[in-house]
Design a protein around this ligand. Structure first.
Ligand code: FES
Ligand SMILES: [Fe+2]
Length: 343
């Protein structure tokens, strides 16, 4: 399994954060993937993504999940600012040339205000996202701020967690007291290259009417009046109810094949007036609370599915709600076939 996870991590672009999350110099976010770490950092206005190991003797530099701090290694004081490495003067003679010592940078690119990074991309970001690009761009332009950050390990392989997020079939069973209350009615699935999206109407009339009434508090030029879930192959989901906030979820493979490093963020959309923040606070608070409950419920059920149950072939009987899973497995299979990997 690890060759597939590694290949997907190294060769694809991954949505790591929104511009608002790293808007000030010193802002950073850290992620774990396959036992390594990537950090996105605002270096005095330039955004960089790099492997979180010091150039000196490899200490981890950023330890928190996110925050604001200088790029300074606490072991021997090496630092990095304005694209330059800086070493305490006493440690070398004044003629030492540091020009060959460079950070282990990842490539970065933007889709609207979403930052993507890749270690060694096979394609451009635009061709990876293909026809879903305008949708991702419009979503990114709707977002105003990060409201909630939630992180923990899932005790299952990332393919199990991703497939669970790709199908609505489990919602009435696993989320009966959370997402299930919306009584989602499946409208349509769309596919764009390796990516996919799924759209639902909200069957619960009271909730739907209430959500419609909140429109005036927002200033967004894009909205799906229902529930939508966008999957960006291989590790990212973006979901939203009525476009008032977006849940950005990364399912990065863990070091062990039975773990997934899960990070979710609630990103709230632009308001028509800043003072609407107080009025919308209960909505954002309850969205983040319900999302956390939904992820806990998902985690509990995913733990029940061993990796041995998974294969790149479609399940023996595919319901009409599982087309995105078949599509996901096809994409994984193509990766394995391309390099003659075995599972
Ligand atoms: S390991 Fe970072 S300064 Fe020495
Ligand atoms: Fe779920």
């Amino acid at each position: 399994m690890n060759p597939l996870s590694r290949k997907l991590r190294n060769n694809y672009w991954h949505l790591l954060c929104h511009r608002q999350e790293i808007k000030d110099s010193g802002d950073f976010i850290r992620f774990d993937w396959l036992g390594e770490e990537v950090v996105v950092f605002n270096d005095n206005g330039s955004v960089i993504a790099f492997n979180n190991l010091c150039l000196h003797r490899g200490a981890r530099i950023f330890l928190k999940d996110f925050g604001n701090q200088p790029f300074l290694c606490s072991y021997h004081g090496w630092s990095y600012k304005n694209g330059q490495l800086s070493v305490p003067k006493s440690q070398f003679s004044s003629t030492t040339d540091f020009s060959s010592v460079t950070l282990n940078l990842l490539q970065i690119d933007w889709c609207g205000d979403f930052l993507f990074a890749s270690i060694s991309p096979k394609f451009s970001l635009a061709s990876q996202l293909s026809e879903i690009t305008p949708l991702v761009e419009r979503i990114s332009h709707s977002i105003f701020a990060r409201y909630d950050f939630n992180r923990y390990g899932y005790d299952c392989n990332f393919v199990i967690a991703v497939e669970n997020a790709l199908e609505p079939l489990h919602v009435p069973f696993v989320h009966s007291s959370s997402l299930g209350l919306l009584k989602l009615e499946h409208d349509t699935d769309t596919f764009s290259g390796v990516n996919s999206a799924c759209y639902f109407s909200i069957g619960d009339t009271r909730t739907r009417k209430h959500l419609l009434s909140l429109n005036k508090y927002f200033s967004i030029d894009f909205q799906y009046e229902g529930y939508m879930s966008v999957y960006l192959f291989p590790f990212t989901m973006l979901s939203s109810t009525f476009g008032y906030s977006y849940s950005l979820q990364n399912f990065f493979p863990g070091n062990d094949e039975n773990t997934t490093q899960f990070t979710s963020r609630l990103l709230t959309s632009k308001l028509s007036k800043l003072s609407n923040r107080n009025i919308m606070e209960p909505l954002f608070h309850s969205a983040s609370k319900i999302n956390r409950q939904v992820f806990d419920e998902d985690h509990l059920i995913c733990k029940q599915v061993p990796l041995a149950s998974w294969s790149v072939e479609p399940p023996p009987l595919v319901t009409r709600f599982e087309e995105r899973i078949v599509h996901f497995r096809q994409s994984c299979k193509s990766e394995l076939i391309a390099d003659n990997y075995n599972l």
